[in-house]
Design a protein around this ligand. Structure first.
Ligand SMILES: [Cu+2]
Length: 174
């Protein structure tokens, strides 16, 4: 569905751009004074500016109300996993967590930037964050399905980057 919308949107924008280029090419054939062109350009700029302001200010205001960050106090996690990226391996302690309970994964990097990507059994990305030296990024996630989740590095971190695979085992809910 999203891909169909993206194709339609791209085709529409592409057609509008082609129409704009055609209009410019067509109008270039008629000679006008520099003053008339300057006046028309200034008018077009005003229309474009206020059009964009009218479109984007409400859109940005609306999107700010939909920030995906929790507000207020957060419940404590049942399990905390310390995840450290090294060139070129992941260190996970513990590497087994229960399903159905809030898990907090604290991600950092020991040497260079890494990217922790957590994939389900179908190879779908469940969650991800950066593992950066000197910082700890926190993922809070409740696994609904038990199984073996793959961990891959999502940030190119050197020659052995592609070998940075590990796993997190999610056991049935207690
Ligand atoms: Cu990497």
């Amino acid at each position: 569905m999203e891909q169909r919308i993206a194709v339609l949107l791209s085709a529409t924008i592409g057609t509008l751009l082609l129409a704009a280029f055609a209009a410019v090419a067509w109008s270039a054939a008629s000679a006008r004074s520099a003053e008339a062109v300057a006046v028309a350009t200034a008018s077009w700029r005003r229309v474009t500016l206020w059009g964009l302001v009218t479109l984007f200010v409400p859109a940005i205001g609306y999107s700010l109300t939909r920030m995906p960050y929790p507000t207020g106090g957060q419940p404590p996690a049942a399990v905390v996993v310390e995840a450290t990226g090294h060139q070129w391996s992941w260190e996970l302690t513990p590497s087994t967590v229960p399903a159905g309970q809030l898990v907090e994964i604290r991600v950092t990097g020991a040497d260079v930037n890494h990217g922790l990507g957590l994939y389900d059994a179908n190879g779908r990305l469940v969650t991800q964050t950066q593992g950066m030296p000197g910082f700890t990024n926190v993922i809070r996630h409740t696994f609904t399905a038990p199984g073996t989740y793959r961990i891959l590095c999502l940030e190119y971190c050197g020659l052995g980057h592609h070998t940075m695979a590990s796993q997190l085992v999610v056991t049935t809910a207690r």
